[in-house]
Every structure is written in structure tokens, then in C-alpha cells.
Write a protein that binds this ligand. Structure first.
Ligand code: NAD
Ligand code: MG
Length: 401
């Protein structure tokens, strides 16, 4: 029987940028409270077996999952002598999520993270959610699985974590709107023509946040904010008309709640993901972190402006999907994942990302619209994801011809 003062944790997507920041928080906590205060149940990676092996040496997890099987032998050799169990392939991610950790960080990129998020949600745990795509794909279904199984879903995305900190659920009928800020990404001051021709290197060079390549491209196109308004709708149960986006290049005001009495509450902090992660780590308490506090007198100004829909059409595509319903949001996410992957491979122009998504969203016939309505089951969620990827790949071929 495990000592109840020991925190048991799992990190899904342990080798990524959010994985790094999460493990940094854990290192700090262990240094303060002793290495026995935290027990790592499971860690997962896609293909970065070297980094995963290093983490085994450092944290001695009970279980690790490597989704990409081609590096199995390298991984086994690198951790020979450790009694960590190894799972290989996408199903191993689910096994990792099923390990009995009390606190789970979901930080896999994309819909690939959904099966493991779902498994953790079914188990009843504290689920720190960075993997916004999982919620965009499955929306209300995932929220109800969490509610039914006593899983506490805590937002890690900085905007949603900020709103969570100032959103009073007891006064939700007094909330006029919630506001998510956007840094504006690397192309904030670029012309439409320049943006159209942007290269992968330019798109992933984010001016404020150091993140994985997929979310960096999403930030450059503003699709990241599009995914986030859908994420916010589910997390806070607000209507689409209650969600606003403001471009705020300094990225220190992360999210705001406008109440009907005229109060506007905001959470501010340095643009460092360890802040929302530490919040989700300790909630409902708080912990001390080594993150440098924000010093307002050192900031010369704070700017806010509405996003430019013409130069950044992705945000409007997401708004339309959100208005249309859950299946549309799922198709939007799948089309975006295909478009971003093609762009990063050099097989699609930056300007074609939104074009491809728009083509997929409009790919209905007079008899049928495959993206209509709300998903009735997770099987349907996975089917629509698959179909939208197929349609996106077909449409991409036509765009490239
Ligand atoms: P990243 O690319 O740095 O890391 C992704 C992690 O997921 C890695 O561990 C990788 O091995 C794993 N992974 C990727 N594809 C996989 C697959 N098909 N199967 C199994 N594992 C896979 O990305 P990141 O920046 O850490 O972002 C992770 C998630 O957190 C994304 O959903 C992103 O939108 C969200 N998020 C990130 C930030 C940030 O600042 N980085 C902020 C808010 C939200
Ligand atoms: Mg965010």
C-alpha cells in the first residue's frame, strides 16, 4: 500500500516541451520535499527513445511507453538493468494512462493523445490537460466522462488556466464573457503576401514561447487560438458568443473574465508554462516555484487589439466549426493536423494551410454533410477524425497539382 502523502504521477508526452516543464516542476518539488515525495508511475514518448531512457535513469518510472516501435531495441538496451516495464506502440500509451497515478499530465500533441486522455479520464484522477486537441475532438463527451468518473480536469493551456483562476463557477450566470489573449505569433506585423510564403523555419520561430513545432505553426496561423476557443467553450460551458480573443503581444495577461457587474478579472504572469503547470500541480493549493515573478514596472506598455481575420483566416474557420458543432470541430482539428504536417514537410505553403482546412470543412454534398451534429460516441469521434484526414490528404493532392 502506497503512503497517501506520496504524490503519484504520470506524464503522457514526457519528452516534449510541456513534458520538460512538468518534470522541472517535479524536480523542484522533490528537492524541497525529498525524492520519496513523488512516485513516477508512467512516462511516454513518441520516438525520442534517448530522452525517454534518460528519464528512466532519473525517475525510475514503473512503466514507459514508446509509441514508435522502430526504436524498441535501442530503448531496451539503454535501460537494461532497470525494472521499468516497457510498452511499445500506440496502445502502450493507453496502458500508461491506465497506471494508477493520482495526477496525470496530458501533453501528447494532437488527436494521437485522445485515447490515453480518455483512459485517464475514465479512471478518476486529476487530469492536467495541455493536449487541447483531445478536447477539441471529443468536447462534451470527454467532459461527461470526467464528470461521471470523478476526474478533475485542470486546464494547463496558459489562457484557460488563467481564466480558471479568475472564473467563479458559483457566479457563472454573472459572467458576460471570457477573453483569451494571443501573442499574435511571429507574423503579427507581416503582410498577407509575406505570410502566404512563410517557411517552416519562420513559422516555428515564436517570439515569446518555446514550444513543439505543431503548436508553434498553429500559433503562427492563429489556429492555436481557434482550437483554444473551442477548448474554452467546453471547459467553462460558455456559449460561442461569450468568447473573445485579443491579440496581446507582450503575453503577460493570459486570460480574463468579464463579469456583468463591470468587473474585469485577469491573471497575469511571466510567459512561462511552469506557472500554469505548477497551478495544476498544486490545485486547490499553491506551491513555491523558481519562476521569476512578473515585474509590472519593468513593462513599458501592454497592448491589446482584435485579431486580423484577413491575414489570419484560421481563427474564423474555427469559429464556424464551433458554431456548427462537435463533429465539425473534430474535422477542423484533423484537417489542421494534416495541413500542418504537410507544411512542416515542405509539401504545402503556409497560405495553403487555411485553404486546405476550408476545403475539408466544405466537403459536403447536397445529400450529406459528414461533419454535421454532435458525436454520439468515441467510436464516432475516431471515425470522423479518420475520414477528415483522408479528405484532407485527397484535397491536398489537388492543391499541390
Ligand atoms: P512537443 O512536440 O514538444 O511534445 C509532444 C510530446 O508528445 C512528445 O513527448 C512526443 O513524443 C509526444 N508525441 C507527439 N506525437 C505523438 C504520437 N503520435 N504518439 C505518441 N506520442 C506523441 O509539444 P508541446 O509543445 O509539449 O505540446 C504538447 C501539447 O501541449 C500540445 O497539445 C500543445 O497544443 C499543448 N500546449 C503546449 C504549450 C507549450 O507551451 N508548449 C502550451 C499550451 C498547450
Ligand atoms: Mg495557449
Amino acid at each position: 500500500m502506497e503512503n497517501s502523502s506520496v504524490k503519484t504521477i504520470t506524464v503522457l508526452g514526457a519528452t516534449g516541451s510541456i513534458g520538460d516543464a512538468t518534470l522541472d516542476i517535479m524536480r523542484e518539488q522533490r528537492a524541497k520535499n525529498g525524492s520519496d515525495s513523488i512516485k513516477v508511475k508512467a512516462l511516454t514518448a513518441n520516438s525520442n527513445w534517448k530522452k525517454l531512457a534518460k528519464l528512466v535513469h532519473e525517475f525510475h518510472p514503473e512503466f514507459i511507453a514508446l509509441a514508435d516501435g522502430q526504436f524498441e531495441n535501442d530503448l531496451r538496451e539503454a535501460i537494461a538493468g532497470f525494472d521499468t516495464q516497457i510498452g511499445i506502440g500506440p496502445d502502450a500509451l493507453i496502458t500508461a494512462a491506465a497506471c494508477d497515478a493520482h495526477w496525470v499530465m496530458a501533453a501528447i500533441t494532437g488527436a494521437a493523445g485522445l485515447p490515453s486522455v480518455l483512459e485517464a479520464a475514465k479512471r478518476g484522477c486529476v487530469l492536467a490537460l495541455a493536449n487541447k486537441e483531445a478536447l477539441v475532438c471529443s468536447g462534451s463527451l470527454l467532459m461527461s466522462i470526467c464528470a461521471k468518473n470523478g476526474t478533475t480536469l485542470l486546464p494547463v493551456d496558459s489562457e484557460h488556466n488563467a481564466i480558471f483562476q479568475v472564473f467563479d463557477p458559483a457566479q457563472s450566470n454573472m459572467v458576460e464573457k471570457i477573453i483569451l489573449t494571443a501573442s499574435g505569433g511571429p507574423f503579427l506585423s507581416w503582410s498577407f503576401e509575406q505570410i502566404k510564403k512563410a517557411t517552416p523555419a519562420q513559422a516555428i520561430a515564436h517570439p515569446v514561447w518555446a514550444m513543439g513545432s505543431k503548436i508553434s505553426v498553429d500559433s503562427a496561423s492563429l489556429m492555436n487560438k481557434g482550437l483554444e476557443i473551442i477548448e474554452a467553450r467546453h471547459l467553462f460551458d460558455v456559449s460561442p458568443s461569450q468568447i473573445d480573443v485579443l491579440v496581446h503581444p507582450q503575453s503577460v495577461v493570459h486570460g480574463l473574465v468579464q463579469y456583468k457587474d463591470g468587473s474585469l478579472l485577469a491573471q497575469l504572469g511571466a510567459p512561462d508554462m511552469r506557472v500554469p503547470i505548477a497551478h495544476a500541480w498544486a490545485w486547490p493549493n499553491r506551491i513555491v516555484t523558481s519562476v521569476k515573478s512578473l515585474c509590472l514596472s519593468e513593462l513599458s506598455r501592454l497592448d491589446f487589439e482584435p485579431p486580423d481575420d484577413r491575414r489570419f483566416p484560421a481563427l474564423n474557420l474555427a469559429k464556424h466549426a464551433m458554431a456548427a458543432g462537435g463533429n465539425s470541430c473534430n474535422a477542423l482539428n484533423a484537417a489542421n493536423e494534416v495541413a500542418v504536417a504537410l507544411f512542416l514537410q515542405g509539401n504545402l505553403g503556409f497560405g495553403q494551410i487555411a485553404e486546405l482546412i476550408s476545403t475539408v470543412m466544405n466537403s459536403k454534398t447536397s445529400e450529406s454533410d459528414p461533419w454535421r451534429g454532435e458525436p454520439q460516441s468515441f467510436e464516432q469521434v475516431f471515425e470522423i477524425d479518420k475520414l477528415a484526414r483522408y479528405v484532407a490528404l485527397q484535397s491536398a493532392q489537388r492543391l499541390q497539382d
